[in-house]
Design a protein around this ligand. Structure first.
Ligand code: FES
Ligand code: FE2
Length: 439
């Protein structure tokens, strides 16, 4: 449970709000690179943190993102023409470069210097890993771009997708770190033996041996560790032979998570960014650190069966959404699927978008032991927000190499420390100065 005022503090993200300021201290994904496929092509109109923006790929290939309203008389630059290193407002023809400079005012006298005093608000952008990133904070605090692992890999090693989600960003973020729900929401109905065991997370030693999977304990234990990028939620189940099965989900400040998928498998990163306080945009990237994604992995991404949503390719709105009851199939729900809804992300949407509606009333909830990851994450974000209100900058923004982290799925004897297991599962180039089991 969270006080009403703390809930407000975490869920309001406009430019004047403390959480809005915290978001603006980090590089955030703004859109897919593929939305701006070619120089001088049509602009797009992203909306982020309550701000209306226009994005365009200039002649040089560089992406500019400007405040959408034209400085002249506030027509939306989205209707503009993307031409020769700048976007030209169609109302009176003023033209702006990617850095916001006004470079042409065709109606003004020829020798006028007026344009030199006009500037569109422009944001820094960076393109990496299939995404266009934006930094919306104070220029003097702009952090180095975090070295997320897939952004350093060849293009065929990763796939990135985008979806809109009709709720506050925190509902999605909490769902990502909420390992306990995997055993229920994403469960397939099966025999007694594999009850509560989603098939995709079975350890291969049981598959290879041709054995039936063991009945995991549905009641997991949860640990939490604090580290340079944020937190790691560590959930463990116990095998009958006494070993522990660990699923470790990193939460990277401010709103990124690494969802474990399986043994020696690809990694998945998810980000949620507020569009405004009741609508969000989610990005999910799947990658393999050592090889191109194979056909099966690509299919998991494109079919919508996994954590990548099936969306309308023009609007990025999920095909199954609130307006069509998420295409729930009650017959399927009675026979083979816990929810009757298609896809893992598809199952997440109704429960996240419909928690009191778009902004959950957290002061009325009842949290149990399985919610430790969520409690820890809220506590960390509240600390960072309140620190920032007192002028203390979030230290995570200046630790780019810690953001190279991976999720970890591993089986180990009981006496092996989960912190050691997490560190052993990281890339060699991962740098974190501290990690401690904290809760
Ligand atoms: S409103 Fe844009 S040029 Fe006049
Ligand atoms: Fe989920």
């Amino acid at each position: 449970m969270l006080s009403e005022s703390d809930n407000d503090l975490l869920t309001r993200t406009g430019s004047e709000t403390p959480m809005g300021q915290l978001f603006r201290r980090f590089w955030l994904p703004a859109m897919l690179s593929s939305e701006l496929p070619k120089p001088d092509g049509p602009p797009v109109a992203p909306r982020l943190l309550g701000e209306r923006l226009v994005a365009f790929r200039a002649t040089s290939g560089h992406v500019g993102i400007l405040e959408a309203r034209c400085p002249h008389r506030h027509a939306n630059l989205f209707w503009g023409r993307n031409e020769e290193e700048g976007i030209r407002c169609v109302y009176h023809g003023w033209k702006f470069a990617a850095d916001g400079r006004c470079v042409d005012q065709p109606g003004e006298p020829e020798n006028s210097r007026f344009k030199d005093s006009v500037r569109a608000k422009a944001y820094d952008t960076h393109e990496a890993g299939g995404l266009i990133w934006i930094y919306m904070g104070p220029e003097e605090l702009k952090p180095e771009f975090p070295s997320f692992e897939w952004t350093l890999l060849p293009d065929d090693h990763f796939l990135a997708t985008k979806r809109f989600q009709a709720c506050n960003y925190l509902q999605n973020l909490e769902g990502e770190i909420d390992t306990a729900h995997v055993n229920f929401l994403h469960r397939n109905l099966g025999s007694e033996e594999d009850e509560f065991v989603p098939k995709e997370i079975l350890p291969p030693r049981f598959d290879e041996a041709g054995l039936l999977p063991p009945p995991f304990l549905a009641r997991k234990q949860f640990d939490l560790a604090e580290t340079d990028f944020g937190l790691v939620a560590m959930a463990r189940s116990e095998f009958p032979d006494g070993e522990y099965y660990w699923r470790m989900t990193p939460f990277l400040v401010p709103s990124f998570t690494l969802i474990p998928s399986g043994y020696d498998a690809f990694n998945t990163w998810t980000a949620i960014v507020p569009v405004d306080d009741t609508y969000s945009v989610g990005f999910t990237v799947t990658w393999h650190h050592a090889r191109p994604l194979n056909e099966a992995e690509r299919l998991t991404v494109t079919s919508g069966a996994g954590v990548h949503a099936l969306v309308d390719p023009e609007t990025f709105i999920p095909i199954a959404n609130m307006s069509n009851n998420y295409l729930i199939d009650r017959e399927l729900q009675a026979t083979s699927s816990f929810t009757g809804i298609y896809g893992i992300r598809g199952e997440d949407l109704p429960v996240q978008e419909d928690q009191d509606g778009p902004i959950a009333r957290r002061h009325e909830e009842h949290l149990g032991v399985t919610d430790r990851g969520i409690i820890g994450m809220r506590r960390l974000l509240l600390t960072l927000v309140k620190d920032l209100q007192r002028g203390i900058e979030p230290p995570h923004a200046s630790r780019p190499k810690a953001y190279r982290a991976r999720s970890v799925v591993v089986t180990a004897p009981k006496d092996v420390s989960p912190v050691d297991l997490f560190v052993a599962g990281q890339p060699e180039t991962f740098v974190a100065s501290s990690i401690s089991q904290s809760y």
